[in-house]
Design a protein around this ligand. Structure first.
Ligand code: MRU
Length: 348
């Protein structure tokens, strides 16, 4: 099986998602700067996957620290953590993973310094395994909202490639198929980076799940014709009130779903929920380079000097969200209470 990310011989290996679906090649990260670069350049992408990558980056960073005094070592590790966090701003899983790694290192402050790098390498691999287990739980809860004989519309890629494996939104689809349901997926192509065209249908075809690729601007019309029964997407950050930041275009899909009385669900692990932000207006939205808009894979498609905007994410207000599917169950409005309750269930 192709892995999205793995730890091998003290290196982080990532399936290079910039090259899919044309080539299946691995990108090797030997140090934390390589990992940060891989996240920035979208070698690896998707909120949970970049969290796992950042954790591996922290393990690589720890291994290279020369300081033998614990307080100097931890200060240097914290600096590496800040560097990793700056790789991409929107997906909170990245900061969550870095904080988990630095907290572990600080908790080992009474041990010899040499013990920290192997402990962090173990922790990053544990995070990878945990993520797959969490996604399977999300799938088990989420498949209940997928009707028998239905079409699920999804946006971007919230699949195995965006996570440690199995996926969040696509995990819901996989679990529905495993439960014996006859399910098809309509995948938005997801301009400008084409995660839907290049990644979502690629992994669904590999799993023999029926998938149909559509241009982003076909979604509304197909919803109106009754061709979509449910929408399931992933998330990069969910505020305490249930506002959801996800790939640009998600908001339009949510509004169209409401207009057409189609339930719009968000599937995400608790590590994507940021209770420190009361609402979605405070979620930092990454703006990416102009060339992603003015060209398609190196071919310029707009007049030279054209002015572009390229916000990579948008925020869907909670009133459009039928439910947030997590590994602890499905939260429903009012989200300020229901999301908090899921956190109180943590560890239970
Ligand atoms: O820019 P990307 O490809 O990292 O954006 C990914 C998304 O928006 C996903 O929907 C989200 O991270 C959830 S992945 C399980």
């Amino acid at each position: 099986m192709l892995e999205t990310i793995e730890w091998k011989d003290d290196r982080a290996l990532m399936l290079d998602q910039r090259k899919l679906p044309w080539a299946e090649t691995y990108y090797t990260c030997r140090n934390y700067r390589d990992v940060s670069e891989a996240i920035k350049k979208m070698v690896i992408r998707g909120a949970p996957a970049i969290g796992i990558a950042a954790a591996m980056g922290m393990a690589l960073g720890a291994k290279a620290i020369r300081a033998r005094k614990m307080d100097t070592f931890l200060r240097e590790l914290d600096r590496i953590g800040d560097y990793m966090k700056a790789s991409r701003p929107t997906a909170v899983n990245l900061a969550w993973a870095v904080d988990r790694m630095t907290a572990l290192a600080h908790s080992l402050g009474g041990r010899p310094v040499e013990e920290i790098p192997p402990a962090l390498a173990q922790e990053a691999q544990r995070m990878l395994r945990e993520d797959v287990a969490v996604n399977k739980k999300i799938g088990r809860y989420g498949q209940e909202v997928v009707p028998q004989d239905s079409t699920v519309l999804t946006h971007c890629n919230a699949g195995a490639l965006a996570t440690g494996g199995y996926g969040t939104a696509l995990g819901v689809v996989r679990a529905a198929v495993e439960a014996g349901k006859n399910v098809r997926v309509l995948a938005d192509e997801t301009r400008p980076f084409l995660q839907g065209a290049r990644l979502t249908v690629w992994e669904l075809i590999k799993d023999s799940i029926p998938a149909t690729l559509i241009p982003d601007n076909a979604a509304g019309s197909l919803m109106r014709k009754g061709e979509v029964q449910v929408v399931v997407v992933g998330a990069d950050r969910i505020a305490a009130n249930g506002d959801v930041a996800n790939k640009i275009g998600t908001y339009s899909v949510a509004v169209l779903a409401k207009e057409n009385n189609i339930p719009f669900y968000v599937a995400a692990p608790l590590s994507t929920i940021d209770l420190s932000l009361p609402d979605g207006d405070r979620i930092p939205i990454e703006e990416r380079g102009s060339e992603e808009v003015s060209s398609v894979f190196g071919k310029v498609i707009a007049p030279e000097g054209v002015v572009t905007r390229n916000p990579a994410f948008d925020v869907t207000p909670n009133r459009y969200v039928a439910g947030i599917i997590t590994e602890k169950g499905i939260a429903r409005a009012p989200y300020t209470e229901s999301l908090k309750k899921l956190f109180d269930k943590q560890g239970s």
